[in-house]
Design a protein around this ligand. Structure first.
Ligand SMILES: [Zn+2]
Length: 301
């Protein structure tokens, strides 16, 4: 079985033909956010057109996307200003009429967790959570085999749970959210506070032997551990899967973090790397996964 999975992000739209949990063909294009929804859709269609000929004729198009997503209606409920005009876009319907195939869409961290639970770091678990540390802090939870959705598909926005009262400004408009500390952007801000004027977290490694680096990592892992303690207390998971861009720099912070959390053996680095969203997206059409949304919809009525 070969199916098409797509990951829609604010910087790039990536697509892959997935067979048995492996990407056998891949492409990515920059996301055209300068022309609003029309530009974003044009970038999405470019990826679809480049790859769809390689997918089985009867397969669906799976989409993992940034923002709050309603997977039942297949719509974007809300996206921040980094994706202008994306809020409210009826992705499922548009992609279905563009391709003539069924389409399924879910939030990117939800898709990544589904991918990791099938093929990666959460394999064999029924209770697992995922944190993705990139520009922001993504979160998804699966409890007793069912993806947590909430009544309006907004449950588990851990990135915007308060960490420090009157703390750093967050893109959501509030102050002191987890995301302003525990994300790639947050780590960079912590580094700046300690005098390391890096433009990118990849530059951190060159300061490894400095006191400022030790202070940066000490503070970052204190904040990260606070998030992990909260997540563990609320969800009692079998695994806490950590993904997103920062996981590739984990030799800088992982050991320090592990010393500060309640059950370090629960921490697992994402195994599907940055492609877990693409791989998870191809699983969205499965009835067992769709059941998570259908039940949520039923309970919400
Ligand atoms: Zn926030």
């Amino acid at each position: 079985m070969k199916s098409l999975g797509i990951d829609v992000g604010a910087t790039t739209i990536k697509g892959g033909i997935v067979s048995d949990g492996k990407i056998v063909r891949y492409c990515k294009v920059p996301t055209d956010t300068e022309n609003g929804a029309e530009g974003i859709l044009r970038s999405l269609y470019t990826v679809i057109e480049r790859l769809i000929g390689y997918a089985d004729a009867d397969s669906a198009v799976g989409i993992s996307s940034t923002g709050d997503i309603d997977p039942v209606e297949g719509k974007v409920i809300y996206a921040t200003d980094v994706m202008p005009e994306y809020s409210g876009v009826d992705i499922k319907k548009l992609v279905e009429s563009h391709t003539g195939r069924s389409a399924f869409i879910a939030n990117d961290c939800v898709s990544a967790l589904i991918g990791e639970m099938r093929y990666g770091a959460g394999k064999g678990c029924r209770d697992a959570v995922m944190l993705t540390l990139g520009t922001g802090l993504g979160f998804a939870a699966c409890t007793d085999g069912k993806i947590l959705t909430g009544s309006r598909f907004r449950a588990g926005r851990f990135g915007h749970v308060l960490l420090y009262k009157d703390g750093r400004r967050c893109p959501c408009g509030r102050q002191g959210c987890n995301e302003a500390y525990v994300s790639a952007t947050g780590l960079m801000r912590t580094a700046h506070k300690h005098g390391l004027m890096i433009a990118d977290c990849n530059e951190l490694a060159q300061y490894k032997d400095t006191q400022a680096f030790r202070e940066t990592i000490g503070e970052f892992t204190d904040d990260f551990a606070a998030v992990i303690w909260n997540v563990a207390a609320i969800f009692d998971p079998e695994a806490i899967v950590i993904g997103g861009g920062l996981v590739h720099l984990r030799e800088l912070w992982w050991d320090e973090l592990a010393k500060k959390v309640p059950d370090p053996q629960l921490l697992r680095a994402a195994q599907l790397g940055n492609e877990s969203g693409i791989i998870g997206a191809t699983l969205l059409e499965e009835p067992d996964i769709a059941k998570s949304w259908k039940e949520a919809e039923y309970e919400a009525v």
